[in-house]
Design a protein around this ligand. Structure first.
Ligand SMILES: [Zn+2]
Ligand SMILES: [Zn+2]
Length: 433
């Protein structure tokens, strides 16, 4: 395990992430700039009956900055997932210049999707100390690492699926992680909707083989992220079952390799270290039930004593109670939870979770999921493909989450900055107890 990367300033520009002025890293709960976000919805800030447009949302967030005398409150948004280095299609209209300056108030993560854009992501991140890079292989782009001339097996079972892939990229990814101490891993994941899955050749095993390949590539990247103690940003669409399988397999593997009768504390630490320090489910399209299942896995991993004596009924009661607690503003439990080791986060975007969600049923299901996310796990993200869209995309995500959860945009902005900085600061930070 490499030493914590936050101790000394890295020499590479892409990882020179706000290290100069010590703006916020390493961030801690006590020194955080948003101590009041555990509070209830501010009375003087109006709630929205509909999703406020991104531009208006940004103006409100900016007004918050202008109204405050606290000079340290200079990070207004944390964009926990996007691809601005791709500089592809612009999504939001920009009619004035002040938005060009807006990125100065935004901390953002730019996520590569395939080895083909890793260099661009690192270069883009090196332009500003407010940008962190993430490298990985997105489940849509597995074609980029497939071996073209593999012989068609008469019987698919005869050939191990691993041989479909050229694995050089994994060594390259590891090299990048060792060279760049503040590099995250992403975008990685699982996606049943990917063209790669839908069009995977039947003679190579069809859809089932494609999903197995996604699972394999995802698992390898999770292992690497755990080994280098880097947070991951995960795309999981229509693949919740496989995602849970991967989590349990990692845990089972670790438990199987542990010596019998070992110290329980050590065993728990080993199991925790088998996972990345933080896992953000980005533009989360799962259901409230999926949120519960993921949170239950985290409790089983990090706080097994809470469930140890709990039977099925009691376990369900605990889950309901914890959900309820997460909805109570000003709750002491939340403050305590925030100080604990936390693993999972859930990010929502204006572009995917609001604009692309067109059916009434999906919209309702999505809103239930947003509401079920514990307060200390909520992230916002732009998920955009052009740098000019980062600010409005993230402000739009705040507007969406505020609308769904019935709180003000300003409160969501403050909360998501706090959570976002905790997520990004989890680099090399797994607690030892
Ligand atoms: Zn994605
Ligand atoms: Zn993305």
């Amino acid at each position: 395990m490499p030493a914590s990367p936050l101790g000394s300033a890295p020499s590479c520009p892409c990882c020179n992430f706000v290290s100069g002025g010590g703006l916020f890293l390493p961030w801690n709960e006590e020194g955080g700039s948003n101590d009041d976000v555990g509070g209830s919805t501010s009375q003087d800030l109006s709630l929205s009956a509909h999703v406020i447009a991104p531009r208006e949302a940004w103006d409100r967030i900016l007004a918050l900055h202008r109204d405050t005398n606290e000079s340290h409150r200079n990070i207004l948004l944390v964009d926990s997932h996007g691809h601005p280095h791709l500089q592809r299609e612009v999504q939001y209209s920009h009619d004035d210049d002040d938005l060009a300056l807006a990125n100065a108030w935004v901390i953002s993560l730019t996520c590569a999707v395939s080895p083909a854009d890793w260099k661009d992501a690192l270069e883009y991140a090196s332009q500003s100390p407010h940008i962190l890079p993430a490298l990985g292989i997105h489940p849509w782009y597995l074609g980029d690492i497939m071996i073209d001339d593999i012989e068609n097996p008469d019987n698919c079972a005869d050939i191990h699926i691993e041989k479909y892939i050229s694995w050089d990229w994994l060594t390259d990814l590891e090299t990048h992680l060792s060279e760049h101490p503040r590099l995250l891993v992403g975008e990685i994941g699982l996606c049943k909707m990917a063209r790669f899955v839908r069009e995977f050749p039947k003679d190579k095993g069809g859809k089932a083989a494609a999903l197995q390949l996604q699972k394999l590539v995802f698992s390898r990247q999770m292992e690497l992220a755990a080994r280098y103690s880097r947070p991951v940003t995960v795309h999981c669409v229509n693949a919740h079952g496989i995602f849970m399988e991967v989590l349990w397999e990692i845990l089972r593997k670790m438990k199987d390799s542990s010596a019998e009768g070992g110290d329980e504390k050590d065993e728990r630490k080993r199991c925790r270290n088998a996972f990345p320090p933080a896992i953000a489910m980005h533009s989360f399209t799962g259901t409230a039930h999926h949120v519960d299942e993921i949170m239950a896995f985290e409790r089983a991993l990090l706080r097994p004593e809470e469930l140890a004596d709990a039977g099925g009924k009691r376990r369900r009661q605990i889950q309901i109670q914890q959900r309820h607690e997460s909805l109570i503003e000003n709750s002491d439990t939340l403050r305590k939870n925030a100080e604990k080791d936390v693993m999972f986060y859930f990010g929502f975007s204006h572009s995917v979770n609001h604009l692309m969600c067109t059916s009434e049923k999906a919209r309702k299901r999505g809103m239930d999921a947003v509401r079920s996310v514990p307060k200390d796990r909520l992230l916002v993200e732009s998920d955009v493909h052009a740098s000019v869209d980062v600010t409005l995309g993230t402000a739009g995500a705040c507007a969406y989450a505020a609308h769904v959860r019935g709180v003000s945009i300003e409160d969501v902005a403050k909360l998501s900055v706090k959570n976002g900085l905790r997520f990004l600061s989890s680099l090399g930070s797994i607690p030892s107890s």
